[in-house]
Design a protein around this ligand. Structure first.
Ligand code: CU
Length: 187
């Protein structure tokens, strides 16, 4: 055997070791890729099943509410906190209106509805109790959610509203003066 052939032989051995190593590494990667992809498929499938389950078993009230809203009974979402009161829409068409009031604050809040052309910041306030005088001239009391709404709670109330200007506010002592009042319009 010449030097050249032996050198070629050593090179050949090295090459076949490298090729074998490469093949083994590629096989390991292929196995991992297969395992990961089937896990991903399983996860996607179970997520899909969960959504399908929720759609199938979701509270029946949700679809009832939606069709009621479509039938002309609007539902207005109100968010209360210290110290603001924010409806998700500024106006609705006249008729029965359902207010869903969520307290996302740290203390209790009220929800009151009055019909008035007065500016929401200019309602008359009883100096002693720091509350809005709801039977004052120029204010027509419409109604309220009749309990103090606790933090993290949602209460709802329905009112039959005629076209006009309204103010929605919290009337716990001091809360109105700290900003818990907003204009609401019924057309
Ligand atoms: Cu309040």
């Amino acid at each position: 055997m010449s030097e050249e052939t032996r050198a070629g032989g050593r090179f050949g051995d090295a090459f076949s070791i490298a090729a074998t190593t490469f093949a083994v590494v590629a096989l390991v990667f292929a196995v991992f890729a297969f395992v990961f992809s089937s896990q991903a498929t399983e996860r996607a499938q179970s997520a899909k099943n969960e959504v399908a389950h929720k759609l199938a078993t979701g509270p029946a009230a949700t679809s009832t509410t939606s069709s009621a809203v479509l039938a002309g009974h609007p539902s207005v979402q109100i968010t209360e906190r210290e110290y603001s009161i924010v409806p998700d829409v500024a106006s609705v068409a006249s008729g029965p209106v359902r207010f869903q009031v969520s307290n996302v604050g740290q203390s209790g809040h009220e929800f009151n509805v009055v019909r008035t052309d007065l500016d929401p910041r200019a309602l008359p306030v009883n100096a002693d109790s720091a509350t809005v005088i709801t039977n004052a001239a120029g204010i027509e009391r419409v109604g309220a959610v009749d309990t103090t709404i606790k933090p993290a709670a949602t209460k709802s109330g329905s009112f039959d509203l005629q076209p006009g200007n309204y103010v929605l506010f919290c009337n716990l002592p001091g809360h109105y003066q700290q900003g818990m009042a907003t204009r609401f319009t019924v057309t």
